[in-house]
Design a binder for this molecule. Structure first.
Ligand code: URP
Ligand code: ZN
Ligand code: ZN
Ligand code: ZN
Length: 491
């Protein structure tokens, strides 16, 4: 046959345009995107009738934690590379960028990269890459940035909180300075560690241990201050940064102010900051532990509204899941590992931070019918590819350039159902979104021309190990701030 796959009768939506196009795929790549009917009679090994459903570039989730050691709190990651990437394809996501964590006791980043490669190799249903987590920014780690770029890694994550991960401001400057030279995008977890630790002590003095006190111990001001500090450090070095998992509209304001001044400051938000509030942590008993993540869900609707607006107006470049999975009902490895005789109802500071969400990210956001469709594609796929050096191979449907990665939805009005955890493919015993009404779910997920998810025709039909490691290039979004030599006398 002329083509390997045809996808017909769909409404194609990319970040650039929307239209009734048919798609032809050859050798894992997009070969043609042409007006409906143009491919009638053309031969192919396989044909998908999209029946009027939307077709988008496959989802890219650029913030996913899999098989990471617990570096704070008790418990251990529930998903490994097999179960996490399986869950992703069932939710319409074809590329993940997960984390390769360096421990503070470990001077090398390349060692962390190798260890994470070993966990992912031959285990993935999605294509994948890694952001290196730099928690020891000593001379060895800094000297390895160049080798990381050569190994296809063009982004790092650093933390301003968590004892096991936190860098001092001087260390952040060291990272940013070398990141500037090597054209690496630095992702920053922006919360003020001292405010958090101080507040935890105050709560403990009053014997306040319930899950809801996690929210109290991570106040908006901790995020607002650290966000402004991160912006300032990036401005001083003149280097692109991305503030991860922004929850607070006031923190987002610092980011949009910086962007208006022309600074290369990017930002990410996540579904938990659009759909959850502190009330989700204030439930009887230990139930609230399910929604413990950092930063925590905020006050209420006004915060959700502010975050949606930030997606609409471009303050946020990407909508990622921050999938960080812990089983709830397990006292050895789950959230309940924080329960002991001293704290029979658990202690919020030991509850492992993170919620599952790699599978629900796209459907939740699409079902909310809040973003224009092209904007939805931009923040859930295209921008992640541009920001992290995967564009136009990923995040686009450009003939001859892009991989044939597709998320194909049901026709409008075809489905409305109640989300329940038993529908999901992660290795977690709950979803924070249990019982929510969804209007959409991916009908097919296609990775490099292969159908890997077919909801009504076998469900998960992809193969573990089909997913490939993606060598990434320099960011095409984050500009060329590092072209000129940084001059110590310039200020
Ligand atoms: O609570 C969260 N977000 N857990 C994952 C670790 C992180 O900081 O991203
Ligand atoms: Zn973080
Ligand atoms: Zn809301
Ligand atoms: Zn995270």
């Amino acid at each position: 046959s002329e083509y390997d796959l045809l996808v017909l009768n769909g409404l194609v939506v990319t970040d650039q345009e929307t239209g009734q196009f048919d798609i032809a795929v050859k050798d894992g790549k997009i070969a043609k995107v042409v007006p409906r009917g143009t491919l009638d009679g053309v031969e192919a090994k396989k044909t998908i009738d999209a029946q009027g459903g939307m077709i988008m570039p496959g989802g890219i989730d650029a913030h996913v934690h899999l098989a990471e050691p617990a570096l704070f709190g008790k418990g251990q990651s529930a998903d490994n590379y097999e179960t996490g990437t399986r869950s992703a394809v069932a939710g319409g996501t074809t590329t993940l960028i997960t984390f390769a964590p360096q421990r503070k006791s470990e001077p090398s980043l390349l060692g962390a990269l190798e260890a994470t490669h070993a966990l992912a190799r031959d285990n993935c249903y999605t294509d994948y890459s890694f952001h290196l987590i730099c928690s020891n920014a000593g001379p060895q780690a800094i000297s390895e940035f160049k080798a990381l770029r050569e190994a296809g890694i063009s982004s790092l994550k650093i933390y301003m909180t968590y004892e096991a991960l936190q860098l001092k401001d001087s260390e952040i400057l060291d990272v940013l300075f070398e990141a500037r030279k090597q054209k690496i995008v630095t992702m920053i977890h922006a919360e003020n560690g001292a405010i958090i630790d101080w507040t935890i002590k105050k709560l403990e003095e009053k014997k306040l241990f319930a899950p809801k006190y996690h929210v109290t111990s991570h106040p908006p001001v901790a995020e607002i201050e650290a966000t402004y500090r991160a912006v300032s450090l990036s401005e001083f070095i003149d280097v692109p940064i991305l503030i991860v998992h922004v929850s607070s509209p006031a923190a987002a304001k610092h980011i949009s102010d910086a962007q208006k001044r022309g600074l290369p400051v990017y930002a990410e938000t996540c579904p938990q900051y659009l759909f959850l509030t502190r009330k989700d942590l204030d439930k009887p008993g230990f139930e609230g532990a399910k929604c413990v993540c950092s930063p925590p869900p905020r006050e209420g609707e006004q915060d959700h509204e502010g975050i949606w607006q930030g997606l609409e107006d471009g303050t946020f470049t990407v909508l990622s899941s921050d999938h960080c999975p812990f089983i709830y009902d397990n006292t050895e490895i789950g959230k309940k590992a924080c329960i002991d005789t001293e704290y029979p109802n658990g202690h919020f500071k030991y509850i492992p931070n993170g919620c599952p969400g790699v599978e629900t990210r796209l459907s939740l956001a699409l079902s909310a019918s809040r973003l224009k469709l092209q904007k939805f594609v931009e923040v859930t796929s295209t921008n992640a590819a541009k920001l992290y050096g995967l564009y136009p191979r990923k995040g686009a449907l450009i003939p001859g350039e892009s991989d044939a990665d597709l998320t194909i939805w049901y026709p409008d009005g075809y489905k409305e159902f109640e989300l329940t955890n038993s529908l999901l493919h992660h290795n977690v015993d709950y979803t924070p979104y249990e019982g929510r009404t969804l209007k959409q779910w991916p009908r097919y997920t296609v990775l490099r021309g292969e159908v890997v998810w077919a909801k009504d025709e076998g469900g998960l039909v992809g193969k573990k190990g089909y997913g490939q490691f993606l060598k990434r290039n320099v960011s095409t979004l984050a500009g060329s701030r590092s072209e000129e030599e940084w001059d110590v006398e310039k200020f």
